[in-house]
Design a protein around this ligand. Sequence first.
Ligand SMILES: Nc1ncnc2c1ncn2[C@@H]1O[C@H](COP(=O)(O)OP(=O)(O)OP(=O)(O)O)[C@@H](O)[C@H]1O
Ligand SMILES: [Mg+2]
Length: 317
Amino acid sequence: MIISAQGLRKTFTTKSRKGTQTVEAVRGVDLEVKNGEIFGVLGPNGAGKTTTIRMLATLIAPDAGTAIVAGHDVSKEPTAVRRKLGYVSQSGGVEDDVSPRAQITMAARIHGVPDPAARAAEILTDLELADLADRPGNTLSGGQKRRVAIALGLVHSPPLLFLDEPTTGLDPQNRANLWDRIRTLREKGTSVLLSTHYLDEADALCDRLVIVDHGQVVAQGTPAELKREVSGDVVTLRLDDLTRAAEVLKPHARDIRVDDDLLRVYVDDGEHALPALLRLLEENGLALRSISLDRATLDDVFLAKTGRSLRDTGVSE
Ligand SMILES: Nc1ncnc2c1ncn2[C@@H]1O[C@H](COP(=O)(O)OP(=O)(O)OP(=O)(O)O)[C@@H](O)[C@H]1O
Ligand SMILES: [Mg+2]
């Protein structure tokens, strides 16, 4: 295990003119990340992802709980932990008026890397930044800045990299490109812990993940395990009388959920269940507007565990 955390907790207290406000950002999180895997923390805005990562990166102290990161205790040996990890924050941390080369060389020097200039040149080439290396940071595009931020996190070749929402704000092409780079890091033996609120990112990129909500882990496993746990397939129906349809179909489904104006019917084998469901609706005079059959997604897992859809939690995709 490269990360093993138990019972992590963090409460923030803020004082303002309206009085003291307390936020329980992380409420008892357990995490086990294996060597060499891409591990995801998936959850909506405010779920506690950044706070969890910052505790594991020794940037803030937990109120309770323990964590061993890359062989060292975050509370007792923070310096040893920091030496072993790279941390790329949600906002990036690329300087506006400094060139990527200067910034990366400086970071290499701070980390005590033997030949800082040579290491900077190497990582700039690795991340295909060599052509932009000498321009001021503020002339780079969002995707280019993200790559510089990742180069800064990797400059001392850490065995463990933390990426807090690495692809937020990137266009689909830059996202796919970054996913490939993260996979390449895994191939080279780097363990990656990343947070995301994108369901497809967690599904496509992560070997294992936890789903967090309101500071707690609500589900964990491989994407396939999580989806299997919820159900095999989902039949999504659009019709007028959702309540009646739910009553009629309930005996024939593993689970049924009303989600806005949709009815989601969870069945073991969608292909074979579909004709029977259609017959039942027709026999009961329920007119159907549309129907689709999908394999379960991580959003179905989130819905099953929290009663809400991750798509409806204020996160725009
Ligand atoms: N320094 C702080 N002071 C007070 N409250 C904080 C602080 N940092 C985080 N919080 C609160 O803790 C909760 C969890 O925040 P956190 O940043 O960990 O969420 P997140 O899952 O990373 O969300 P996002 O997807 O928006 O980045 C939120 O309610 C947030 O407002
Ligand atoms: Mg965050």
